[in-house]
Design a protein around this ligand. Structure first.
Ligand code: FES
Length: 156
């Protein structure tokens, strides 16, 4: 899996020290790596002088953070009731086939992480697929094929 390298000292230079720097530093690391690598969490704890367990508690509490490697793109399928009735399982099945992974997994090349979530509040437009925070409504397996092609093109 490919991940960008993080210059942790560049990140530290942009923030104060102490516990209040923890969230913004973690957000930058998450943004650059798509997850929070253990070695960087250890450096953060040491640098801002916060116990490592506290760093992990914050990282585990907020859904914005991941302790597991994630893909360059986050592909989310709403599996709520309304979207389910409108065919979200077919959409998820096609995404799993196209990406070669199951929900909750990341492609071996690091291109994408596939997730299922409950209602995202746009039921009338279901089935909903969210890619990197951008919503697409009334999805179908055919539209999924085009979405996946666009994702692959972004990488080339
Ligand atoms: S069930 Fe999918 S947006 Fe509500």
């Amino acid at each position: 899996m490919t991940t960008k390298s993080t210059d942790i000292n560049e990140i530290f230079a942009r923030h104060d020290y102490g516990a209040r720097a923890l969230m913004p530093i973690l957000l930058e690391i998450q943004e650059q790596n798509h997850y929070l690598p253990e070695n960087l969490l250890r450096q953060v704890a040491e640098k801002i002088q916060v116990p490592l367990v506290q760093v992990y508690q914050v990282a585990a509490f907020y859904s914005a953070f991941s302790l597991e490697p994630r893909g360059e793109h986050i592909v989310t399928v709403c599996m709520g009731t309304a979207c389910h009735v409108l065919g979200s399982q077919l959409v998820m099945d096609r995404l799993e086939t196209q990406l070669g992974i199951h929900a909750g997994e990341t492609t071996a090349d690091g291109l994408a992480t596939l997730e299922g979530v409950n209602c995202v509040g746009a039921c009338a437009l279901g089935p909903i697929v969210i890619i990197d925070g951008s919503y697409s409504g009334q999805m179908s397996p055919q539209k999924v094929d085009r979405l996946v092609k666009r994702l692959a093109k972004k990488e080339t």
